[in-house]
Design a protein around this ligand. Sequence first.
Ligand SMILES: [Zn+2]
Length: 236
Amino acid sequence: MKRSTDSRKKKRKKNIKTAFGILCVAVICLAAISFWQIGGLAPSGRPRVCIDAGHGGSDVGAEYDGRYEKDDNLRLALAIGEILEENGIDVIYTRKKDVFVELEERAEFANEKRATYFVSLHRNSAEADVSGVEIWVNSKALYNEVQLAQNILDEINEIGFGDSRGVKRGYQGNPLSDYLVNSATDMPSCLVEMGFITTERDNELFDENLEKYAAAVAEGVMKGIEAESAALTTEE
Ligand SMILES: [Zn+2]
């Protein structure tokens, strides 16, 4: 009996020692992971682009004849992201599925992830028979922000998409206000209105040339990145 109690005690001590050992290893591992995570937040040197497919889920965006803006935005977003990824750009998405995401969340996500650029994708709507692409930037946008939008528009214009409606500052109908995704993001950003969903011809162009337009937007973004890194190299 005694021997058995002794061996049980020894066993318990051994168990406590093992548990303590495991705890120590866990604490060391956690410390290492925390350190690595902090280190991992430092800029990797690789540009990171946040692609924002406008609307989603219960927010369908503009609607025309059973066609929802949220779906067009997502198709274009995924196509652009794929091309950027193929070109070595780190791409993050505010949504990759048909889900609702608050505007503030979209901007916060890009800020937390320290994106280099933020590109929001939308489709326009109007009662009149109008056509073409326009790109919105912050009312106080600086040169590189305007240039990002202009580069994207120039590339789209090379393929052609109705009448080019230009790069615009502020908010539709109020140049002093801003789209939240442009005002709440810390990095250069723009909001692309990829033609009018309410115009038959624009929808045909959108569907026929989706891959080409995606490549054009990606090219415009990459031109911006190249120009910024060239400017940094010159400054050094
Ligand atoms: Zn929209």
